[in-house]
Design a protein around this ligand. Structure first.
Ligand code: CA
Length: 381
């Protein structure tokens, strides 16, 4: 069976956000957007992928560097194509948007392989360790600066009422006491039964991170995400060793080489590659193998449309328990809950959580059907 690649199209879409929000990064999310990759084959199959990050940049990489190189090739050669494209842009694109663009192609090719064989992607990359995945709600950003504590409490209560068993909240308000007060209020509101994580979006120095980390530990925080800047691997080693709770990071690392030092040095307890950024499903499988080999947990980052969520679900379904046990604590799906019509409506049948679990799609490929009217409605390029 061959599926010759005939056409590659990038759909650049953006939708306004009704209530703009921010994190410690300080930039305001006023829109949600994405670069959605569509690949058609000569036997009439369409595969879908997604690239994380500025969508026009991903599109430029694909249109000028990657698409001309994959036309006429067999989609089943997905990893051969990956290596070829990576080596083509290696001299100036080993990280960042070049790899995001490559990720979108890789996911679309896996979707094609799945549709060609009638199998969901997870059955093609090792099989299902699980048919449903525990998810956590990412939210509790900074919206109303006059009601930071109250708003976080209300949002956390809402997630718990919706059935979420785990929540991740933002910290990094430039005032550690306020951060702690806000986290403590959320912990009190949701009680001991809901797992709680915090994400600083790398706003602290090493001593600040250790100091606030010790306070957070008293509030039963499951992991401390991106305490410090991602470039500072030595700093991550220090923070991870100083704290009892798990330290997580890696959403801004790319490919197995980008994760190598983080993992080998155990700079963090949990690495968080994003399938739409770190190199796609093919590469995230390799990153996970590297992590597991070194006793580091792999719990993917996700911040995308239904395509990104579905791709992450297949990746998670095929990820072994870390470590295996009688009652394991399997890796969770990051199910962010900020306004995003592409997450909610791009798949004709939306991906939803029920009692804190999301079903792994069982249809062929990604297992979702794309609603093209959503692409048309929000198209900006
Ligand atoms: Ca994060």
């Amino acid at each position: 069976m061959t599926s010759t690649i005939k056409k590659v199209t990038c759909h650049v879409v953006a939708a306004p956000v009704e209530r703009p929000f921010t994190s410690s990064r300080g930039w305001l999310y006023k829109t949600r957007g994405s670069c959605i990759v569509e690949i058609e084959t000569s036997d009439g199959i369409t595969g879908w992928g997604e690239c994380y990050g500025p969508s026009a940049v991903a599109k430029a990489f694909i249109d000028t560097q990657f698409a001309p190189r994959i036309l006429g090739r067999d989609a089943f050669d997905v990893e051969v194509i990956w290596e070829d494209l990576y080596n083509r842009i290696k001299d100036y694109g080993t990280t960042g948007m070049a790899i995001s663009a490559l990720s979108g192609i890789d996911i679309a090719l896996w979707d094609i392989i799945g549709k060609s064989t009638g199998k969901p992607i997870h059955k093609l990359i090792g099989g299902a360790y699980r048919t449903e995945v525990t998810c956590y709600a990412t939210g509790l950003y900074f919206i109303d600066m006059d009601r930071l504590v109250e708003e976080a409490v209300e949002e956390a209560r809402e997630f718990a009422e919706q059935g979420f068993q785990a929540i991740k909240m933002k910290i990094g308000l430039g005032d550690p006491k306020l951060d702690i007060r806000r986290v403590a209020a959320v912990r009190e509101a949701i009680g001991d039964g809901v797992r709680l994580m915090v994400d600083a979006n790398h706003c602290f120095t090493v001593p600040q991170a250790i100091r606030i980390g010790r306070e957070l530990e008293k509030l039963d925080i499951e992991w401390f995400e991106e305490p410090i800047s991602p470039e500072d691997v030595d700093g991550y080693v220090e923070v991870s060793r100083a704290l009892d709770m798990a330290v997580a990071g890696g959403e801004n690392a790319f490919t197995r080489w980008g994760f190598r030092d983080l993992v080998v040095r155990k700079a963090m307890d949990i690495v968080q590659p994003d399938v739409c950024a770190a190199g796609g499903i093919s590469e995230c499988r390799k990153i996970a193998a590297l992590a597991i080999t070194h006793g580091v947990e792999c719990v993917p980052h996700a911040w995308g449309s239904a395509i990104g969520v579905a791709a992450t679900l297949h990746f998670l379904a095929a990820l072994p328990d870390q470590p295996p046990s009688y009652r394991p604590m399997p890796p969770m799906l990051e199910f962010e809950q900020c306004e995003n019509p592409f997450r909610d409506h791009l798949s004709r049948e939306p991906i939803v959580q029920h009692r804190g679990k999301v079903q792994v799609p069982t249809g062929a490929g990604l297992g979702i059907e794309i609603d093209r009217s959503v692409l048309d409605k929000y198209r900006v390029g």
